[in-house]
Design a protein. Structure first.
Length: 185
């Protein structure tokens, strides 16, 4: 039986090295995905803290003494939400507020910079999964909304180590502390 020749995309003998040609675009895409997810988290947090007038007015900001979790968890859960009984008692709790701000501002800033992306993508992803769960039942789609989409983005940031692209991730990795504690990557 004669052998069948199969061209592989990374076969340099074919004259077209598709695998390597796609690599810069993949790196840019992963870097932009990380930056976009980071900005979404970071902006949400700083708007809640300072009341920049987008989703949060200055009178409803953390600086005005308002809890960043109380409004959504008290009044924003959908009717009949399965998570309501679990989440409503957390509304305005100082630990819930601190975790929310850490996941938004802290993880968002880390993702924007490309440092600590493992912890930041896990924290941001868990926050987004919690927000997705809190939003059930969804109004416009049986299962997919922006929170679940962001959680998938967080998984991609983690799985493909996107902190290496379009950020400070490579310099961050060279720090002695990070080399000694790989989970800080």
């Amino acid at each position: 039986m004669p052998a069948i020749a199969i061209d592989r995309p990374d076969d340099v003998t074919s004259g077209l090295n598709v695998h390597h040609a796609q690599r810069p675009l993949q790196q840019i895409s992963l870097g932009l995905l990380r930056i976009g997810f980071g900005w979404a988290l970071f902006w949400s947090g700083i708007d809640k803290i300072f009341g920049l007038g987008f989703a949060t007015t200055p009178e409803q900001s953390v600086l005005a003494g308002i809890s960043p979790t109380k409004g959504f968890l008290s009044f924003g859960l959908p009717e009949g939400a399965p998570a309501a009984a679990l989440l409503k008692p957390l509304a305005g709790h100082p630990v819930a507020d601190a975790l929310f701000l850490l996941a938004t501002v802290g993880a968002g800033l880390a993702l924007l910079l490309g440092i600590g992306t493992r912890v930041a993508s896990i924290g941001g992803g868990v926050l987004m999964l919690n927000l997705w769960f809190a939003s059930l039942p969804l109004e416009y789609n049986p299962f997919l909304d922006q929170h679940l989409f962001y959680a998938i983005a967080a998984l991609s940031v983690l799985a493909f180590d996107s902190g290496r692209y379009l950020g400070l991730g490579n310099a961050w990795r060279r720090l002695a502390l990070v080399r000694a504690n790989r989970w800080l990557i």
